[in-house]
Design a binder for this molecule. Sequence first.
Ligand code: NAP
Length: 250
Amino acid sequence: MTKMKKVVVIGGTGLIGSKAVKLLRDAGHEAVVASSRNGINAYTGEGLADALAGADAVIDVSNMMSFDKTVITDFFGTSSSNLTIAEKAAGVRHHVVLSIVNADQLAANPYMAGKLAQEETVAASGQGYTIVRATQFHEFIETLAGAYAADGAVKVPDTDFQPIAADDVAAALVEAALGEPRNGTVDLAGPERGPFESFIRTYLDARGDARPVKADEAVDYFGAPVVAGSLVPGGDYIKGRITLTEWLKA
Ligand SMILES: NC(=O)c1ccc[n+]([C@@H]2O[C@H](COP(=O)([O-])OP(=O)(O)OC[C@H]3O[C@@H](n4cnc5c(N)ncnc54)[C@H](OP(=O)(O)O)[C@@H]3O)[C@@H](O)[C@H]2O)c1
């Protein structure tokens, strides 16, 4: 019989976290929904010791949106330090954290610098861990289309893109958390790879938005220069199932 596990989901009310909680509970595991509004705060440490008591694993999908490098680096670094220290004290064996594919190469983008600080803190913590680096979510494409809008068109980086559905991300995180720590990094990407502009085109077409979409070599990824493979895994990776078209239909 499979042993039921207790998994604490930091950011359990968010997009990915709420899906991970549902998957865990549907499979008969105990999932603790941790968020600052629930009195469990990774950044301040509030409520962590009680939440982690008896837990087998933690999935950290907390988030803060900031493009201030000092603020975001402090948030992810301090939260990861608090979590891994509290996990070791509570005897939790596995810390799973969601990061972003090529965060290290894109660290000129302040948010990516924060994700890199998160990864480095976890890797240096002495806690058993798995870093899951995902590509951009299908759910994030609307934000990208808005951010890259310019002069009646959408101008995006001239690079490959391989977005993934949040459902696939949550499933991969749950699978990681129920397994052994890799003490390393695994990449995760959607089922289709192609030019960035083609995914934005598909998204806008589904929304009835006829604005032209162009690839532009001068466009960066929010401060980070991009080359051909900047936003996609460079080697082996876990492949999600849900294409953008399927996700749009659903
Ligand atoms: N967007 C993408 O395309 C993409 C791609 C790859 C990886 N990611 C990563 O995916 C992760 C999850 O993103 P998401 O979109 O699911 O986030 P989200 O929907 O914004 O949810 C964030 C969650 O974090 C919680 N939270 C914030 N501060 C906290 C704190 N101090 N302590 C505990 N919980 C806290 C929030 O709840 P409260 O407000 O109640 O605290 C909320 O539950 C992020 O780390 C992001 O870097 C994103």
